[in-house]
Design a protein around this ligand. Structure first.
Ligand code: URA
Ligand code: SF4
Length: 193
């Protein structure tokens, strides 16, 4: 149990709990506002993220920013972004079960300290682990489910939206639903017009 964010981060930044530590350049602890009431969780760092140590800075990140700005959200102030694993899987393969099992311990501590009101899972890897093992993004996206006092929702991963333009209107609807949920449950820090 870590009592505060800085201690947790310091400890995490030298993590060697799984094999992904061997090939990483940087650990991507997460980014944005750790006092936000909304947390986004992706899959794992890609090439640009590994090189910079920041989440969602490559093409996927640019697309994510577009969806955020469409609903008046800024990743620096309004949300926090983390991933299921904090080190880049080689060739961007899916993170393996045992790697997720190790890394989720860090994520759980981040959630415990942050106490977000809402968690948005970006893509299958996060949604199946955090919402339901049989989560299907195409069927179950955009639906909020309350778990452990947190409203959880899964939506399309930006990488999927880059490949499949047809999903984009559905993704936008999910972000609009997020905004509605934030109006309902988040504090006055968020003043939507
Ligand atoms: N894709 C992810 O899932 N996470 C990142 O941080 C970047 C790309
Ligand atoms: Fe540690 Fe997570 Fe990196 Fe594995 S992926 S070495 S558990 S920080």
């Amino acid at each position: 149990m870590y009592t505060n964010w800085e201690t947790l981060k310091k400890e995490c930044m030298s993590c060697t709990r799984c094999r992904l530590c061997e090939s990483r350049t940087n650990i991507v602890f997460g980014g944005g506002n750790e006092n936000a009431e909304v947390m986004f969780i992706g899959e794992g760092p890609g090439k640009q993220e590994d090189l910079t140590g920041e989440p969602f800075v490559g093409r996927c990140g640019q697309l994510l920013d577009k969806y955020l700005s469409a609903v008046d959200l800024d990743r620096k102030t309004d949300i926090y972004i983390a991933n299921m694993v904090k080190c880049r899987p080689p060739q961007n393969r899916d993170p393996k079960q045992d790697e997720q099992d190790e890394c989720i311990k860090w994520l759980c501590e981040q959630v415990r300290i942050m106490r977000p009101k809402i968690i948005v899972c970006l893509g299958r890897i996060a949604a199946q682990r955090l919402i339901s093992p049989d989560f299907k993004v195409t069927l179950d996206h955009g639906v909020f489910e309350r778990k452990g006092g947190i409203f959880m929702m899964g939506t399309f991963h930006p990488a999927s939206l880059l490949r499949n333009q047809k999903q984009r209107p559905q993704a936008l609807e999910d972000f609009l639903k997020l905004r509605d949920k934030m109006r309902e449950v988040c504090g006055k820090n968020y003043n939507f017009s």
